[in-house]
Design a protein around this ligand. Structure first.
Ligand SMILES: Nc1ncnc2c1ncn2[C@@H]1O[C@H](COP(=O)(O)OP(=O)(O)OP(=O)(O)O)[C@@H](O)[C@H]1O
Ligand SMILES: [Mg+2]
Length: 235
């Protein structure tokens, strides 16, 4: 793997997030291996963040695996991706592989079988970067088995030598999906807020990050065709 950063004070190997402005807020990158929750309400930029993370890995010679829990055909994904400048289509289907869980989940509600299904793909692809987007939909699809699913996932994630980004959908009045936050090392919140001048802005906050000194508080960020970028220091 190229460009691993060995940050001075900590012993963690780190990989670049792929989000301009973010790595300098967290000692150079995400600890490898670790699990990240990226939470936010509709349209805050979770999918864009996750795709940038995978594209960065592909550029660094890593393998990425994107699980979507929505029943979106690959065509939809390609169309979404084609609107974003940072997507290199040459990586899609190769360094960045795409697996739909939505259709599988329609028939199979057993959390262990779902994770076995994910693990089959992980064993085949051996990714250094994994995305589950959005993980919170699984709660609606498997109902009462969700706690078991998260517990089992937490156990397996430790074996999947990778950095995993789980995206979490929340309602505007809920800061983050609490159950998912317990199984992750890092929680990043994307939210809407009002700027001091009264305009609607987007904010990124690193809520927790195990073993890492990180910035606190909300930082302005932008989403555009170039992806998510953080303006560290601006609140
Ligand atoms: N091509 C683009 N050009 C400009 N802005 C874009 C483009 N694509 C996305 N955006 C902006 O990025 C925002 C976030 O998109 P994204 O799909 O990543 O959010 P999300 O948090 O995954 O949303 P959802 O909860 O609906 O899945 C959009 O609401 C839009 O404002
Ligand atoms: Mg999304």
């Amino acid at each position: 793997m190229a460009d691993k950063v060995n940050a001075g004070a900590s012993d963690f190997v780190r990989i670049k997030s792929g989000i301009p402005g973010l790595d300098q807020m967290m000692e150079g990158g995400f600890p490898f291996p670790s699990t990240i929750l990226v939470a936010g309400s509709a349209g805050t930029g979770k999918t864009t963040f996750a795709l940038q993370f995978l594209m960065q890995g592909a550029r660094d010679g890593e393998q990425g695996l994107y699980f979507t829990t929505l029943s979106e055909p690959t065509q939809w994904m390609m169309r979404f991706a084609s609107r974003l400048e940072f997507i290199n289509k040459d990586f899609l289907g190769k360094e960045v592989k795409y697996v739909e869980l939505g259709n599988y989940l329609r028939d199979e509600k057993d959390p262990r079988k779902l994770i076995d299904f994910m693990e089959e793909h992980i064993t085949e692809v051996m990714p250094q970067r994994i995305v589950v987007d959005p993980i919170t939909v699984i709660e609606e699809l498997i109902g009462g088995n969700y706690r078991t699913f998260l517990y089992e996932l937490a156990t397996r994630l430790k074996n999947w030598q990778a950095v995993s980004v789980l995206t979490g959908e929340v309602l505007p009045d809920q800061p983050y999906p609490v159950q998912v936050s317990y199984i992750t090392d890092t929680v990043i919140l994307l939210s809407y807020g009002l700027s001091p001048e009264g305009g609607r802005r987007k904010y990124l906050e690193i809520l927790k990050m195990r073993g890492t000194g990180h910035t606190t508080g909300r930082h302005l960020f932008d989403v555009s065709r170039n992806g998510v970028s953080v303006q560290a220091g601006l609140r």
